[in-house]
Design a protein around this ligand. Structure first.
Ligand code: PLP
Length: 360
């Protein structure tokens, strides 16, 4: 069977060369006589895989030396808990910017540990934009400022890095990390579940400034203590070895294809192609303020929702899959992460234009 263009929001497509390499190395990784999934995480083979992956990620993102990179489990959702537990450091409140479904989940979890001050919310306009810097009402006693730089469900992305007057800035980058170069030094902590733009589910990356660990709140589970994880090179327990290895192959694929600057150019082109198609038609609609439109997740609706099922069925028949929108917003959503080739976006645009000609 031919491979499809999979527009899933996550777990999402992986680069085909990465899958092919993993296949070639499946039974015998580099003469070890073993699959990576069979290796001891403390053996020299896996240690070299782990160290290379971290070095490649540091190089790709230009991560400064005073930042730790952790390879954890539990998904971005566990970080909703770990962040207040580690970063409050005696403070009683934190600022959160609310721009969609994922920020709301982060806020709900943080409320179990501290007073959450919502520094801005765009819920009144159904989360169709990111607030401007001038709209952020930051509080003096907040331990940190949290935001979701790309809302995977609403397709809303910040076009700027919030300025926080010296407070550590914490970003959920699950669905936008590695899509373009960013200035890591502007952040206190960046976290991302791997299954959108890094690798397979099961791995969660945390990049944090080293002064933000070591003062966890009482009762913090050992596994959620960043200092413990950093001191143990993310191997306090058995890490998700195979996911870590595959993420490492993705980092090498990115490096071999021009790094994040090249990805940014391609991603900007892919997003523009799709938004232009939507905007040029009255048959398709995207409700997001153009300055806040996501490069990675493009939700859109059909003028006539009765055609949704037909659209999905016919798209699937030509190899364009998982286009159904999130149940909370309806319609369609095309997730076009790094691994989605430009040919996939071209195929989707052609299909959409043809579908409109037949049904518009
Ligand atoms: C998918 C996603 C999450 C949840 O990730 P898990 O790894 O499933 O916990 C959190 N935040 C954002 C922005 C996401 O896209």
């Amino acid at each position: 069977m031919a491979r499809v263009y999979n527009f899933s929001a996550g777990p999402a497509m992986l680069p085909e060369p990465v899958l092919a390499q993993a296949r070639d190395e499946m039974l015998d990784w580099h003469g070890s006589g073993m699959c990576v999934a069979e290796m001891s995480h403390r053996g020299k083979e896996f240690m070299s895989i782990a160290a290379q992956a971290e070095a490649d990620l540091r190089e790709l993102m230009s991560i400064p030396d005073n930042y730790k990179v952790l390879f954890l489990q539990g998904g971005a959702s566990s970080q909703f808990t770990a962040i207040p537990m580690n970063l409050l450091q005696g403070a009683e409140s934190a600022d959160y910017i609310s721009t969609g479904s994922w920020s709301k989940k982060a806020i709900a979890e943080a409320r179990r540990y501290c007073a959450v001050h919502v520094a801005a919310t765009t819920e009144d306009t159904k989360f169709t934009r990111a607030p401007a810097q001038g709209e952020l009402d930051l509080s003096a006693d907040a331990a940190y400022v949290h935001y979701t730089s790309n809302e995977t469900i609403q397709g809303v992305e910040f076009s700027y890095i919030p300025e926080t007057n010296g407070k550590p800035l914490v970003a959920d980058m699950s669905s936008t990390i590695l899509s373009r170069p960013i200035d890591v030094s502007r952040y206190g902590l960046i976290y991302a579940g791997a299954q959108k733009n890094i690798g397979p589910a099961g791995l969660t990356i945390v990049i944090l400034r080293d002064d933000l660990m070591g003062q966890p709140m009482n009762g913090t589970p050992t596994m959620f203590d960043y200092k413990v994880q950093a001191d143990n090179d993310s191997m306090y327990n058995t890490p998700p070895t195979y996911a870590w290895y595959l993420a490492g192959l993705v980092f090498q694929w990115l490096k071999g294809n021009g790094g994040l600057a090249a990805m940014a150019e391609i991603n900007a082109r892919k997003a523009k192609r799709l938004y232009d198609c939507i905007d040029a038609s009255s048959f398709y609609q995207n409700p997001v303020d153009p300055v806040s439109r996501s490069w990675m997740n493009v939700p859109f609706t059909l003028a006539n929702a009765d055609l949704d099922e037909t659209f999905l069925k016919e798209a699937k028949a030509v190899g364009l899959t998982t286009l159904k929108g999130h149940r909370s917003v309806g319609g369609m959503r095309a997730s076009i992460y790094n691994a989605m080739p430009e040919s996939g976006v071209e195929a989707l645009v052609s299909f959409m234009q043809e579908f409109e000609r037949k049904n518009g």
